[in-house]
Design a protein around this ligand. Structure first.
Ligand SMILES: Cc1cc2nc3c(=O)[nH]c(=O)nc-3n(C[C@H](O)[C@H](O)[C@H](O)COP(=O)(O)O)c2cc1C
Length: 397
């Protein structure tokens, strides 16, 4: 059997307190704060504690060439070599046991990821998080509890040159656009019965995710234009629609074809299955469950890093792209009189599985939703505000 080291590996010197049964048995406080090395690699589901001896073997092992395992076991402590193979830091050339690790490692080799972004993406996602369940168990902190635990939040009014007198700016011009901006709000109270009209749905999709033009920069390199800006003209963001209640569309998962303004049906769902997935997708934020449509925005890292090879800013760029699409979505929904939301608190693993996303090649970044508002306000929205009225802009009497 031949083996090689995984392609990417980042180690952290960790001293975060962690639960320890041994400490409890010894009459301690149940916490272990000893220092340890943690290995983060894109093929692993979780960081792996490693010793300096294991790191030394990894350093000596080839990253790119397959070498005989027997040879490695002869040159180093065989038990250490075996332990690295068991946790997926050394990879075997063949065999089912390591197939998933090997496939992810191959993708890491294939795409010119910036290593720290790769590791952050691979390890930063959530498994199954259920915020509703955590709320019901009293595990979510209220604002009062946060202030009590951490002190007051840093002030929203932020001065950098407090010794200088501020220069008052002129009154802003006013247009219809201001009314649209003023009406924009994150909706946490959707009508759980209302069906979203086909025209509204189609308008949202076209305005926000539809391609409005392309331009061939070179054979094999096409820049795309949408109603939002995107880093490098790449538009490496895809839109997947989870439909619960849209006129003329069966509940299910669809992929939006931005060039064709059409939907690719991916998976038909019963109404209950669609509702269950919606709850899981937004990590159990039950105030979003009733949205008749959710759109998962994923990043296509292969397209992104095709241009921005090992670029330190590319990962940031694609998150910004999603933010721009989200704001266009907010403005379009507001214009149509619909409620809408965006959330980055998503159960990444549930989304990846439901959409069958190719790991490390494409990954979920955020979810938005839109639909008719409920008449009833059960969950807080920022609708009642103390107006910010700079003194020099106050209307004169
Ligand atoms: C990147 C991003 C992530 C957000 N995530 C959540 C979320 O997880 N849950 C939620 O209820 N609202 C979420 N929001 C909505 C914000 O809480 C909301 O924008 C903020 O409270 C201000 O309210 P407004 O949008 O009505 O002005 C998010 C907003 C942004 C921009």
């Amino acid at each position: 059997m031949r083996v090689r080291r995984c392609h990417q590996l980042v180690v952290e010197l960790d001293q975060a307190p962690r639960f320890s049964f041994a400490s409890l048995l010894e009459g301690g406080d149940g916490m272990d704060s000893s220092v340890r090395w943690l290995a983060y690699a894109p093929q692993l589901a979780a960081a792996e504690p490693v010793t300096l001896e294991q790191l030394a073997v990894l350093q000596a092992a080839s990253r790119d060439d397959w070498v005989e395992l027997a040879e490695l076991r002869e040159r180093h402590d065989a038990a250490i070599v075996d332990s690295l193979l068991a946790v997926g830091l050394l990879l075997a050339e063949h065999g089912d046991k390591q197939a998933a690790w090997r496939a992810r490692d191959e993708t890491a080799r294939d795409i010119a990821w910036w290593p720290l972004a790769l590791v952050a993406h691979a390890h930063g996602g959530w498994g199954e998080v259920d915020i509703q369940a955590r709320n019901e168990r009293g595990l979510m902190m209220s604002s009062e509890q946060m202030v009590e635990a951490f002190g007051a939040a840093p002030e929203p009014a932020y001065r950098r040159a407090p010794a200088a007198a501020p220069l008052p700016l002129a009154a802003p011009l006013a247009s219809d656009f201001d009314a649209l901006l003023a009406a924009r709000r994150t909706c946490r109270n959707f009508d759980g019965e209302a069906v979203l009209g086909q025209a509204e749905f189609a308008t949202m999709m076209r305005r926000v995710w539809g391609a409005v033009g392309t331009r061939e920069l070179a054979p094999g390199a096409v820049a795309v234009k949408k109603n939002s800006p995107a880093g490098g003209g790449l538009h490496a963001v895809e839109a997947y629609v989870l439909v619960q209640r849209v006129e003329g569309l069966a509940p299910g998962i669809y992929h939006y074809l931005s060039m064709d303004h059409a939907l690719e049906p991916m998976r038909r769902l019963s109404a209950d299955e669609a509702a269950g997935l919606a709850h899981r997708f937004v990590a159990g934020q039950d105030w979003f469950n009733n949205a008749p449509v959710m759109v998962v925005m994923t990043a296509r890292f292969d397209r992104l890093f095709w241009k921005y090879r090992r670029h330190t800013k590319a990962w940031r760029v694609v998150h910004l792209d999603v933010g721009h699409l989200s704001q266009t979505m907010y403005l379009s929904a507001t214009d149509l009189g619909l409620g809408c939301f965006v959330t980055a608190a998503i159960s990444d693993r549930a989304v990846e599985e439901a959409l069958d996303l190719p790991a490390l090649r494409e990954g979920p970044i955020a979810i938005v939703g839109f639909g008719l508002r409920s008449g009833e306000m059960r969950t807080m929205e920022l609708d009642q505000l103390v107006p910010v009225q700079p003194a020099h802009l106050a209307p004169s009497v």
